[in-house]
Design a protein around this ligand. Structure first.
Ligand code: ADP
Ligand code: 5GP
Length: 201
Protein backbone atom coordinates (compact mmCIF):
# COMPACT_ATOMS: atom_id res chain seq x y z
CA UNK A 1 0.00 0.00 0.00
CA UNK A 2 3.00 2.29 0.34
CA UNK A 3 3.49 4.01 -3.01
CA UNK A 4 6.56 5.70 -4.49
CA UNK A 5 4.84 9.08 -4.52
CA UNK A 6 4.34 8.92 -0.74
CA UNK A 7 6.81 11.19 1.04
CA UNK A 8 8.29 9.31 3.98
CA UNK A 9 10.92 10.81 6.27
CA UNK A 10 12.65 8.42 8.71
CA UNK A 11 14.63 9.96 11.57
CA UNK A 12 16.86 8.13 14.06
CA UNK A 13 19.29 9.24 16.77
CA UNK A 14 20.85 8.04 19.99
CA UNK A 15 18.58 8.94 22.89
CA UNK A 16 19.18 12.52 24.05
CA UNK A 17 20.65 13.77 20.75
CA UNK A 18 17.72 16.16 20.33
CA UNK A 19 15.63 14.28 17.78
CA UNK A 20 12.25 15.02 19.39
CA UNK A 21 13.15 18.71 19.74
CA UNK A 22 14.14 18.94 16.05
CA UNK A 23 11.10 16.97 14.88
CA UNK A 24 8.77 19.27 16.83
CA UNK A 25 10.30 22.31 15.11
CA UNK A 26 10.03 20.72 11.66
CA UNK A 27 6.41 19.70 12.18
CA UNK A 28 5.54 23.17 13.39
CA UNK A 29 6.96 24.75 10.25
CA UNK A 30 5.63 22.04 7.89
CA UNK A 31 2.24 20.93 9.22
CA UNK A 32 1.78 18.63 6.19
CA UNK A 33 4.16 16.28 8.02
CA UNK A 34 2.39 13.84 10.26
CA UNK A 35 3.92 11.65 12.88
CA UNK A 36 3.07 7.95 12.97
CA UNK A 37 2.20 7.23 16.61
CA UNK A 38 4.17 4.18 17.72
CA UNK A 39 3.13 1.60 20.27
CA UNK A 40 5.39 1.04 23.28
CA UNK A 41 5.63 -0.87 26.55
CA UNK A 42 7.69 1.95 28.13
CA UNK A 43 6.19 3.86 31.06
CA UNK A 44 4.63 7.20 30.23
CA UNK A 45 6.72 10.32 31.08
CA UNK A 46 5.27 13.43 32.69
CA UNK A 47 3.85 15.61 29.93
CA UNK A 48 3.36 12.74 27.47
CA UNK A 49 -0.14 12.00 26.21
CA UNK A 50 -1.34 8.45 25.50
CA UNK A 51 -2.41 8.22 21.83
CA UNK A 52 -0.47 11.35 20.89
CA UNK A 53 3.16 10.65 21.85
CA UNK A 54 2.75 6.86 21.88
CA UNK A 55 0.11 4.24 22.37
CA UNK A 56 1.25 2.99 25.79
CA UNK A 57 0.47 -0.71 26.26
CA UNK A 58 1.30 -3.54 28.65
CA UNK A 59 3.73 -6.32 27.73
CA UNK A 60 0.78 -8.70 27.40
CA UNK A 61 -1.01 -6.38 24.96
CA UNK A 62 2.19 -5.92 22.93
CA UNK A 63 2.48 -9.74 22.69
CA UNK A 64 -1.10 -9.92 21.42
CA UNK A 65 -0.47 -7.22 18.82
CA UNK A 66 2.69 -8.99 17.68
CA UNK A 67 0.79 -12.26 17.32
CA UNK A 68 -1.81 -10.44 15.23
CA UNK A 69 0.84 -9.19 12.77
CA UNK A 70 0.06 -5.61 13.73
CA UNK A 71 3.51 -4.11 13.17
CA UNK A 72 5.30 -2.93 10.04
CA UNK A 73 8.46 -3.09 12.20
CA UNK A 74 9.19 -3.38 15.91
CA UNK A 75 12.24 -3.62 18.17
CA UNK A 76 13.50 -4.20 21.69
CA UNK A 77 15.09 -0.86 22.61
CA UNK A 78 16.79 0.04 25.89
CA UNK A 79 14.43 -1.59 28.41
CA UNK A 80 11.15 -1.62 26.44
CA UNK A 81 9.54 -2.62 23.14
CA UNK A 82 8.46 -0.19 20.43
CA UNK A 83 6.61 -0.79 17.15
CA UNK A 84 5.25 1.04 14.12
CA UNK A 85 1.81 -0.28 13.20
CA UNK A 86 0.49 -0.52 9.67
CA UNK A 87 -2.66 1.19 10.98
CA UNK A 88 -0.78 4.32 12.06
CA UNK A 89 1.13 4.47 8.76
CA UNK A 90 -2.05 4.02 6.72
CA UNK A 91 -3.87 6.66 8.74
CA UNK A 92 -1.29 9.28 7.74
CA UNK A 93 -0.79 8.24 4.11
CA UNK A 94 -4.50 7.82 3.34
CA UNK A 95 -5.09 11.34 4.62
CA UNK A 96 -2.69 12.57 1.91
CA UNK A 97 -0.13 13.82 4.40
CA UNK A 98 3.61 13.22 4.58
CA UNK A 99 4.77 10.55 6.99
CA UNK A 100 7.41 11.06 9.63
CA UNK A 101 8.78 7.95 11.33
CA UNK A 102 10.84 8.32 14.50
CA UNK A 103 12.56 4.95 14.98
CA UNK A 104 15.77 3.53 16.42
CA UNK A 105 18.55 2.10 14.26
CA UNK A 106 16.97 -1.38 14.15
CA UNK A 107 13.77 0.23 12.87
CA UNK A 108 15.80 2.26 10.38
CA UNK A 109 17.36 -0.90 9.00
CA UNK A 110 14.02 -2.70 8.74
CA UNK A 111 12.38 0.26 7.01
CA UNK A 112 15.25 0.57 4.52
CA UNK A 113 14.27 -2.93 3.33
CA UNK A 114 10.53 -2.32 3.40
CA UNK A 115 10.39 1.28 2.12
CA UNK A 116 13.56 1.88 0.07
CA UNK A 117 12.18 5.15 -1.35
CA UNK A 118 11.91 6.74 2.10
CA UNK A 119 14.47 9.38 3.15
CA UNK A 120 16.72 8.41 6.08
CA UNK A 121 18.19 11.01 8.46
CA UNK A 122 20.42 10.40 11.49
CA UNK A 123 20.90 13.03 14.21
CA UNK A 124 24.09 12.92 16.31
CA UNK A 125 25.14 14.87 19.40
CA UNK A 126 28.41 16.87 19.32
CA UNK A 127 29.95 14.50 21.93
CA UNK A 128 29.09 11.69 24.35
CA UNK A 129 29.70 14.08 27.24
CA UNK A 130 27.08 16.49 25.88
CA UNK A 131 24.70 13.58 25.23
CA UNK A 132 24.98 12.51 28.86
CA UNK A 133 24.46 16.04 30.11
CA UNK A 134 21.33 16.48 27.93
CA UNK A 135 19.85 13.20 29.18
CA UNK A 136 20.60 14.11 32.81
CA UNK A 137 19.10 17.60 32.40
CA UNK A 138 15.98 16.19 30.72
CA UNK A 139 15.24 14.40 34.03
CA UNK A 140 13.24 11.62 32.40
CA UNK A 141 15.51 8.68 33.18
CA UNK A 142 16.26 6.68 36.32
CA UNK A 143 19.99 6.03 36.94
CA UNK A 144 19.47 2.53 35.48
CA UNK A 145 17.71 3.57 32.25
CA UNK A 146 20.15 6.47 31.84
CA UNK A 147 23.07 4.04 31.95
CA UNK A 148 21.40 1.73 29.41
CA UNK A 149 20.67 4.62 27.03
CA UNK A 150 24.26 5.90 27.23
CA UNK A 151 25.71 2.43 26.67
CA UNK A 152 23.40 1.86 23.67
CA UNK A 153 24.28 5.27 22.22
CA UNK A 154 27.83 4.08 21.50
CA UNK A 155 26.49 1.13 19.47
CA UNK A 156 23.80 3.21 17.72
CA UNK A 157 26.40 5.76 16.56
CA UNK A 158 28.00 3.00 14.48
CA UNK A 159 24.87 2.91 12.29
CA UNK A 160 25.13 6.58 11.27
CA UNK A 161 26.79 5.72 7.95
CA UNK A 162 23.77 3.66 6.88
CA UNK A 163 21.65 6.82 6.66
CA UNK A 164 21.33 9.20 3.69
CA UNK A 165 22.04 12.27 5.84
CA UNK A 166 23.79 12.85 9.17
CA UNK A 167 23.11 16.06 11.11
CA UNK A 168 25.17 17.16 14.11
CA UNK A 169 22.95 18.78 16.72
CA UNK A 170 25.39 21.11 18.47
CA UNK A 171 23.78 24.51 18.06
CA UNK A 172 20.03 23.81 17.88
CA UNK A 173 19.22 26.54 15.36
CA UNK A 174 22.03 25.44 13.01
CA UNK A 175 20.95 21.78 13.29
CA UNK A 176 17.37 22.80 12.56
CA UNK A 177 18.42 24.71 9.43
CA UNK A 178 20.33 21.59 8.29
CA UNK A 179 17.29 19.40 8.88
CA UNK A 180 15.05 21.82 7.00
CA UNK A 181 17.52 21.89 4.09
CA UNK A 182 17.55 18.09 3.94
CA UNK A 183 13.74 17.94 4.11
CA UNK A 184 13.36 20.44 1.27
CA UNK A 185 16.07 18.77 -0.85
CA UNK A 186 14.35 15.38 -0.45
CA UNK A 187 11.24 16.91 -2.03
CA UNK A 188 13.25 17.61 -5.16
CA UNK A 189 14.38 14.01 -5.63
CA UNK A 190 13.20 12.51 -8.88
CA UNK A 191 11.49 9.55 -7.21
CA UNK A 192 9.14 11.94 -5.47
CA UNK A 193 8.27 14.61 -8.01
CA UNK A 194 8.97 14.36 -11.74
CA UNK A 195 7.91 17.66 -13.32
CA UNK A 196 6.18 17.52 -16.70
CA UNK A 197 8.26 19.67 -19.08
CA UNK A 198 7.15 20.93 -22.41
CA UNK A 199 10.21 20.78 -24.70
CA UNK A 200 8.30 21.90 -27.81
CA UNK A 201 7.95 25.55 -26.91
P1 ADP B 1 15.82 12.76 21.87
O1 ADP B 1 14.42 12.90 21.34
O2 ADP B 1 16.82 12.58 20.79
O3 ADP B 1 15.94 11.73 22.95
P2 ADP B 1 15.35 15.41 23.05
O4 ADP B 1 14.82 16.18 21.90
O5 ADP B 1 14.41 14.99 24.13
O6 ADP B 1 16.23 14.15 22.56
O7 ADP B 1 16.55 16.30 23.66
C1 ADP B 1 17.23 15.88 24.85
C2 ADP B 1 17.41 17.12 25.75
O8 ADP B 1 18.40 17.98 25.16
C3 ADP B 1 16.16 17.95 25.93
O9 ADP B 1 16.10 18.42 27.26
C4 ADP B 1 16.34 19.11 24.92
O10 ADP B 1 15.68 20.27 25.34
C5 ADP B 1 17.86 19.28 24.91
N1 ADP B 1 18.43 19.72 23.63
C6 ADP B 1 18.05 19.37 22.38
N2 ADP B 1 18.85 19.94 21.45
C7 ADP B 1 19.77 20.66 22.12
C8 ADP B 1 20.88 21.50 21.73
N3 ADP B 1 21.21 21.68 20.45
N4 ADP B 1 21.62 22.07 22.70
C9 ADP B 1 21.31 21.89 24.01
N5 ADP B 1 20.28 21.12 24.46
C10 ADP B 1 19.51 20.51 23.53
P1 5GP C 1 11.97 7.15 23.82
O1 5GP C 1 11.76 6.10 24.88
O2 5GP C 1 13.11 8.06 24.18
O3 5GP C 1 10.70 7.86 23.44
O4 5GP C 1 12.42 6.38 22.50
C1 5GP C 1 13.49 5.47 22.53
C2 5GP C 1 13.84 5.04 21.14
O5 5GP C 1 12.77 4.32 20.56
C3 5GP C 1 14.14 6.21 20.17
O6 5GP C 1 15.34 5.88 19.49
C4 5GP C 1 12.98 6.18 19.20
O7 5GP C 1 13.35 6.62 17.92
C5 5GP C 1 12.65 4.71 19.20
N1 5GP C 1 11.30 4.40 18.71
C6 5GP C 1 10.15 5.05 18.99
N2 5GP C 1 9.13 4.45 18.35
C7 5GP C 1 9.65 3.42 17.64
C8 5GP C 1 9.09 2.44 16.76
O8 5GP C 1 7.90 2.38 16.49
N3 5GP C 1 9.97 1.54 16.23
C9 5GP C 1 11.30 1.55 16.49
N4 5GP C 1 12.08 0.64 15.90
N5 5GP C 1 11.85 2.49 17.29
C10 5GP C 1 11.03 3.39 17.87
Amino acid sequence: MIETKDFIFVISAPSGAGKSTLIAKLMKEFPVLSFSVSTTTRTIRPGEVDGKDYHFVTDKRFDELLAGDYFLEWANIHTSRYGTSMDSVKKVLLSGRELLLDVDVQGGEALREKIPDAHFVFIVPPSFKELESRLVNRQTESPETLAVRLKNAREEMKSASLYDFVIVNDDLEKAYQDLKTVYLACHMQANHVIPKLNYDS
